[in-house]
Design a protein around this ligand. Structure first.
Ligand SMILES: Nc1ncnc2c1ncn2[C@@H]1O[C@H](COP(=O)(O)OP(=O)(O)OP(=O)(O)O)[C@@H](O)[C@H]1O
Length: 447
C-alpha cells in the first residue's frame, strides 16, 4: 500500500511541485497551507509522515509538532527549514522531529529522508520490543545531563566513531541507541555485541561470521555482526575485554571496511558506524599492553563521559518518578509518588549501581509499598538506615582501581567504618557488592 504524506507548506508553488513529484514516486499526498488546515486533515485521517515547513502563516511547524506529540501521536515528522544551522535542526530533533531538511530542498535527499523516516518507524517497533524506545528514555535536567546530550546531539549526525566511557549502569547502551536514532543511519540496523560475554574463541565468528565446516561446531553458515549492521551502527559493549588477536582483526576490518567470514576467501564490503563502550580506563590498559593503541584511536574519534548518578544529583528524583511510572504500568499498580523522607533518602544515597540500581530499587518499592506513596521502608534496608549518613564521607571519592595498595587500604577502612557490613562498605566505596567480594579475595582480606 502506498504511504501517505502530508505536506504543510504555505508556498503553494513549491508544495504543488513537491506533491506532483512525490506522487510520481508512488506516495499518496495531501497538502495544507496553514497549521489549522493541517490539524483538520490530521483529525480526519492518519498519515505515514508529515513534511512541514518551519515557518507557517499561523503558527510555526514546531507548534504543530508539539501538538502531535502531546497527543502521543508519534507520526514521523520532517521539518523543512531555510536555516541550515545546526541549532534549529537540533532543536527540532530534541522536540521530537524525526529529521530535518534545509531549503532549497534537494529532491533525492528528501526522498532518502522520507524513506528512512518511514523505515525508522518499523525499526523503532523492534527497539520497543528490546525495551528501548523514545517513551522509556529520559535525558534529565542536571548540568551534567545537559552537557552530555549537547555532545550527543552534536556527534550523532556525523560519521565519527564514538567511545562511551562510564561506570556500570550509567546508561551507556541507552546513549548508544540514542546516537543511532539521531543519526542518518536510524532506519538501518543497530547491532549490539557484549564483548564481555562472548567466549574468546567465538569472538571472531561473532564479528565476521563463518562458513559451515570452517571449525568444529560450525554446523551452518553464520552472518557476523559487521554484516548484520551493514549500513547501520555496531555497538561494542565492554570493548576492553577483547583479546589482543581479535583487536587486530577488528582494526583491520575498520580500516579496510571489508571483512571475510571465517573459512571464506570472499571479501565483503561493509559500511558500519562504530560505537563502543567501556567502564575501564583504556589508557591504562594500553600502558599495560592489554589494549592496542592504534585500535583505541580508531574507535575513539569522539569520547563521551557518562556521569555517575552521584554526579547528576538533580536528576535522581526525575528518574525515580520516571521509573515509578514505568513500574506502575508494568506491575499494574497505581502509586502516586515518594513521600518526603523517601525523596531525601533517594537523594542522599551514593548509587554505586547508577541508573540500573535506581530502576531496580524503584521497581521493588512499587511492588511492596502498602500506601499510596513510597516510603524509605519500601526502598529497602540501605535506605532505612540512618547509620549510613553518619559514616565519614569517603564515598565522595570513588574507589581508585589502579593503585592496589591504596585500594586495599580503602577497603579495610570502609569495612572498619561499617563494622564489617559488606553491603554498606560496598556503598561507601562506590562499587557493587559482587565487586567487593572479588576484591576481598584478591587482597586476601578475611571475610
Ligand atoms: N536515559 C535513560 N532513560 C531511561 N532509562 C535509562 C536511561 N539510561 C539508562 N536507563 C536504565 O538503566 C539501565 C542501565 O542502562 P544501560 O544498560 O544503558 O547501562 P550501561 O552503562 O550500558 O551498563 P553496563 O555497563 O552494565 O552494560 C537500563 O536498562 C535502563 O533501564
Amino acid at each position: 500500500m502506498a504511504s501517505s504524506l502530508l505536506i504543510v507548506e504555505d508556498d503553494l508553488t513549491f508544495s504543488t511541485m513537491l506533491k506532483t513529484w512525490l506522487k510520481k514516486k508512488g506516495f499518496e499526498v495531501e497538502t495544507a497551507s496553514t497549521q489549522a488546515r493541517a490539524r483538520k486533515l490530521l483529525a480526519e485521517q492518519p498519515f505515514d509522515l508529515i513534511l512541514s515547513d518551519l515557518r507557517l502563516p499561523d503558527k510555526d511547524g514546531m507548534t504543530l509538532l508539539s501538538w502531535l506529540r502531546e497527543q502521543s501521536n508519534q507520526v514521523p515528522f520532517i521539518i523543512m527549514t531555510g536555516y541550515a544551522e545546526i541549532q534549529s535542526a537540533v532543536k527540532a530533533i530534541k522536540e521530537g522531529a524525526t529529521d530535518y531538511i534545509s531549503k532549497p530542498v534537494q529532491p533525492d535527499e528528501l526522498l532518502k529522508k522520507i524513506k528512512e523516516a518511514i523505515n525508522t518507524e518499523h525499526a523503532s517497533a523492534e527497539e520497543e520490543e528490546a525495551g528501548i524506545s523514545q517513551q522509556n528514555f529520559l535525558e534529565g535536567e542536571s548540568e551534567a545531563a545537559h552537557q552530555l546530550y549537547n555532545y550527543v546531539n552534536l556527534v550523532a549526525p556525523t560519521q565519527m566513531s564514538v567511545l562511551i566511557n562510564g561506570a556500570s549502569g550509567t546508561g551507556k547502551e541507552y546513549v548508544a541507541h540514542r546516537i543511532h536514532r539521531l543519526s542518518k543511519r536510524a532506519g538501518k540496523p543497530f547491532i549490539a555485541i557484549d564483548c564481555g560475554s562472548i567466549p574468546k574463541d567465538l569472538a571472531a565468528s561473532e564479528f565476521f561470521g563463518h562458513v559451515k565446516g570452517s571449525f568444529t561446531g560450525a554446523f551452518n553458515d553464520k552472518v557476523g555482526a559487521f554484516e548484520e549492521a551493514n549500513g547501520g551502527t555496531l555497538f561494542l559493549d565492554e570493548i576492553g575485554n577483547l583479546s589482543y588477536e581479535v583487536q587486530v582483526q577488528l582494526l583491520r576490518a575498520l580500516q579496510e571496511r571489508r571483512i571475510r567470514r571465517i573459512g571464506s576467501s570472499k571479501e565483503i564490503e561493509v559500511d558500519v558506524r562504530l560505537i563502543s563502550a567501556t567502564n575501564e580506563n583504556l589508557k591504562e590498559a594500553i600502558a599495560k599492553g592489554n589494549f592496542r593503541e592504534d585500535l583505541y584511536h580508531r574507535i575513539n574519534e569522539f569520547t563521551l563521559y557518562m556521569p555517575s548518578l552521584k554526579e547528576r544529583k538533580d536528576d535522581i528524583l526525575l528518574f525515580a518518578n520516571f521509573f515509578l511510572d514505568q513500574a506502575n504500568k508494568e506491575l499494574d499498580r497505581n502509586l502516586i509518588g515518594f513521600d518526603q523522607e523517601a525523596c531525601e533518602a533517594l537523594q542522599n544515597y551514593p548509587w554505586p549501581g547508577n541508573l540500573r540500581q535506581l530502576k531496580n530499587t524503584v521497581k521493588r518499592a512499587t511492588l511492596v509499598a502498602q500506601g499510596e506513596f513510597i516510603s524509605p521502608r519500601d526502598l529497602g534496608e540501605d535506605f532505612n538506615n540512618a547509620g549510613l549518613a553518619d559514616i565519614p564521607a569517603c564515598a565522595d571519592e570513588p574507589l581508585l582501581l589502579h593503585n592496589e595498595e591504596h585500594e586495599k587500604q580503602r577497603i579495610l577502612q570502609a569495612l572498619q567504618h561499617t563494622n564489617n557490613n559488606k553491603s554498606k562498605a560496598a556503598i561507601l566505596l562506590g562499587i557493587d557488592r559482587k565487586t567487593l567480594y572479588n576484591k576481598l579475595k584478591l587482597y586476601n582480606i578475611p571475610q
